[in-house]
Ligand binder design. Structure first.
Ligand code: FES
Length: 126
């Protein structure tokens, strides 16, 4: 399945919001570097984080086991269910926040990575 990604830091710099309906259209037209915006395919056996690394991207992580939230992403579109065990509070999970080290998309998806800099996630960082 295909994932379109955007770097949260770029988004925040440009004062774009996760709730913007045209967020990915603005990103596509934004002249962004490939590490900040683009798309790749995730293989069946991979986590989202592993797929990004296979493209050569250095997305943030620490534990790789669903325990630290450094690898958090926000799912803007698509299905990305979490395993039963993870450290995200229900409120953030309901807002589409996922841990890229332990999830993989079930459908084509649009995600913002690097959301550990999102204030609500920053509070959780270990
Ligand atoms: Fe720690 Fe994913 S790297 S939760």
């Amino acid at each position: 399945v295909k994932v379109e990604y955007l770097n949260y830091e770029v988004m925040a710099d440009r004062l774009w919001e996760l709730s913007d309906d045209d967020l990915f259209e603005k990103a596509a037209d934004g002249g962004l570097a490939p590490e900040d915006y683009g798309e790749f395919y995730v293989r069946e056996s991979e986590s989202l984080l592993e797929a990004a690394e296979r493209q050569g991207y250095a997305w943030p992580f620490a534990c790789r086991g669903g325990a630290c939230t450094n690898c958090a992403v926000a799912v803007v579109e698509g299905e990305m269910p979490s395993p039963s065990s993870h450290v995200l509070p229900k409120e953030l999970h309901d807002r589409g926040i996922r841990l890229s080290c332990i999830v993989a998309p079930e459908t084509d998806a649009r995600i913002v990575y690097n959301v550990k800099h999102l204030p609500a996630v920053q509070d959780l960082l270990l």
